[in-house]
Design a protein around this ligand. Structure first.
Ligand code: HEM
Length: 180
């Protein structure tokens, strides 16, 4: 569901231009949107694809999205791409020290540092990009990133809230899955 938001035409494949367009719809400028699409589709396109894939290596196949998992993450997605509630809770029990159930920018940096596996430079970069972008999208006026906002990035509902018109088909599916 996290990645499916970006698949606007619902064909199961996320192209460079879909990632770019989704970042624009989320409110990012041309520079950040192009760089993010290049980074994400460049890194995941060659990994997240079945053996018999024929499309460009910049295209991400959602059916193989779990192959995009990297090291130095929180473990809130397992190796099959399933959400792991205990690992998610650990983010806040270990790192939310200033305000319960919310992270400051410094606490996110401490978490990223704590999750780093030695020498895993691509994992460090991936985790850093994911959390910095999430913080810029989800922080409140006091600079706090609340637990419910972080939860909503894992199932993609944050993206739908911020850019309600980008992917109406996927939103319908999401509403069917979530109780609220
Ligand atoms: C505004 C856009 C995005 C934000 C804010 C974002 C944020 C995040 C966050 C916070 C995580 C969790 C990392 C962790 O648990 O340590 C994550 C994981 C992941 N995201 Fe995104 N993401 C975005 C776009 C995308 C896109 C476009 C794709 C691919 C199509 C993608 C694929 C993944 C994958 C494969 C993971 C699992 C990585 C892992 O846990 O090792 N994300 N993302």
């Amino acid at each position: 569901m996290h990645a499916a938001f970006f698949d606007r035409d619902g064909d199961g494949v996320i192209t460079f231009s879909e990632t770019f367009g989704a970042f624009r719809a989320l409110g990012f400028g041309l520079g950040v949107s192009s760089a993010s699409a290049a980074f994400i589709n460049g890194a995941l396109g060659s990994k997240c694809r079945p053996g018999n894939a024929t499309l460009s290596k910049l295209d991400i196949y959602i059916e193989d999205i779990q192959k995009g998992k990297h090291g130095s993450d929180t473990g809130s997605y397992d190796n099959e791409g399933r959400f792991v509630p205990d690992k998610f809770e650990e983010i806040f029990s270990k790192h939310a020290m200033t305000v319960p159930d919310a992270l400051t920018s410094d606490e996110i940096d401490q978490m990223l540092q704590a999750n780093r596996q030695p020498g895993d430079y691509s994992g460090w970069a991936g985790a850093e990009a994911e959390w910095k972008i999430l913080y810029s999208l989800g922080k409140d006026k006091d600079g706090l990133l609340h637990k419910d906002v972080v939860r909503s990035v894992y199932d993609g509902s944050l993206f739908h809230r911020l850019a309600p018109n980008w992917n109406p088909h996927d939103k319908e599916k999401l509403n069917g899955i979530r109780e609220n």
